[in-house]
Design a protein around this ligand. Structure first.
Ligand code: ACO
Length: 399
């Protein structure tokens, strides 16, 4: 609804766009998506090439710095990240104070917020070295906090980082060492996790990135801005779809029941979870890559019995006119939950596994925001629908 200002008290021209469906909130050179063609690129590099040939830390460097690193730049970056994976013992004490059944995403959110108090210099965001240090700390410490939140829920001792391991291997070791050693040391799992991390690293102005940018526009420290992103990701409409896919597959129960379920979807009784996307009206390129990663993971963990149902659902849906006409294809969440479940993660951990890699994307976008001279504090307009001026009647006269 727009109104040209026709009188002194008229609101003037305003765009009413709840959910920013058609409003660009920023200019960005980090990630490109063409939803009609199924293209996703970080800094111009196709996601397929990065997932096949790069590592998560190299992709994180690319997102943050805009270019691929030279050997020296990469070595310095990897060394810096590795040597900042430890967190202050008081953060550990803080985490231990949570209830035994605390949601790991709630623990992660609170712990990242708490980090800002450990690094008060992080509030000085105009200093480039200082910004760099906080970016390194955040990317380095997220797996430690995520793994500890996981072990807390299981009542298991926290495992400290191992500086001899790479990023994904270290995370697996902190999660599974002493409980599932076969998961912590397998190279196929390390690579599969790297791929999942690369796929989840950034996705332009999604809800959590928008939250990071919105809060970051107040010039707060990056820990607080990233905490806002974690909060957004905690919501079921953003990070929770893969869990809904698992629930759906379990409910269907067997391959034979798939046609009946599809009929229910077509009759509007329910949605096929993990299908469709606001942006991708063609294949979600991440879904194709994740499907391949499934095979590698299942080689180690054994096949998730729900996989057969998922494959059958995809096969039928891709040939069915209802889905073809509406351009509904599997999205990244269709297969990721199957992998996480095979690794024995409880569903509450799924969003934590999303937040850890998305941190590099959030920070790349945050860095772009704080360096953009045109960026203003995020402060949308509203279309006011309430009362106009009326006289206040004190409680004693109203009751
Ligand atoms: N199953 C069945 N029908 C669907 C589905 C689905 N998963 N998704 C969309 N449709 C249908 C709608 O009913 C509608 O049909 P109509 O034209 O006859 O009314 C048409 O397709 C358009 O759907 P919209 O809801 O308008 O599409 P929108 O772009 O707003 O929604 C969304 C995208 C929310 C992702 C939707 O496809 C959905 O709910 N999918 C299932 C949940 C899911 O997988 N979410 C994860 C998204 S990825 C992520 O967030 C990381």
């Amino acid at each position: 609804l727009g109104k040209i200002r026709t009188a002194e008290d008229a609101p003037g021209l305003a765009v009413y766009d709840p959910g920013f469906v058609n409003t660009a909130s920023c200019r960005s050179s980090v990630t490109f998506i063409d939803g009609d063609k199924g293209i996703l690129e970080y800094r111009g590099y196709p996601i397929e090439q990065l997932a096949e040939k790069s590592s998560y830390l190299e992709v994180a460097y690319l997102l943050i710095h805009g270019e691929l690193p030279t050997k020296d730049q990469y070595d310095t970056w990897a060394h810096e990240i590795t040597y900042h994976t430890f967190v202050h013992e008081n953060v550990r004490n803080f985490m231990e104070g949570f209830r035994y059944d605390a949601h790991p995403m709630g623990m992660l959110l609170a712990s990242v917020g708490a980090l800002s108090t450990f690094y008060p210099e992080s509030r000085n965001i105009s200093d480039a070295d200082n910004r760099h240090m906080q970016i390194v700390r955040l990317i380095a410490k997220m797996p430690t906090l995520g793994a500890w939140a996981f072990r807390h829920a299981q009542g298991k001792p926290y495992v400290y980082p191992d500086n001899d391991l790479g990023y994904a291997a270290n995370f697996l070791a902190m999660l599974f060492k002493m409980s599932e050693p076969k998961f912590s040391a397998d190279e196929r799992l390390v690579r599969a996790l790297e791929v999942l991390f690369i796929l989840h690293a950034d996705h332009e102005q999604n809800a959590s990135t928008n939250a990071v940018r919105s809060v970051g526009s107040t010039q707060v420290d990056p820990y607080s801005a990233v905490t806002a992103g974690i909060g957004a990701l905690y919501g079921p409409l953003h990070g929770g779809a893969n869990e809904a896919v698992l629930r759906m597959l379990r409910r269907i129960g067997s391959v034979e029941k798939v046609p009946e379920f599809i009929e229910g979807v077509k009759n509007g009784k329910e949605r096929l979870m993990g299908f469709g996307h606001r942006v991708y009206k063609n294949h979600d390129p991440r879904a194709t890559i994740i499907k391949k990663a499934c095979d590698d993971v299942f080689e180690v963990t054994g096949v998730n019995p729900l996989l057969k149902i998922a494959v059958e659902l995809e096969k039928i849906a891709l040939e069915d006119e209802y889905f073809v006409k509406r351009r509904l294809y599997p999205n990244v969440d269709f297969y990721s939950g199957l992998i996480y479940e095979a690794l024995q993660f409880p569903p509450e951990m799924f969003t934590v596994l999303f937040a850890i890699p998305r941190t590099s994307g959030w920070l790349a976008q945050w860095l772009e925001l704080v360096q953009d001279p045109e960026q203003k504090i995020a402060r949308p307009k509203q279309i006011y629908t309430g009362h106009r001026t009326r006289d206040f009647v004190p409680a004693a006269e109203r009751w």
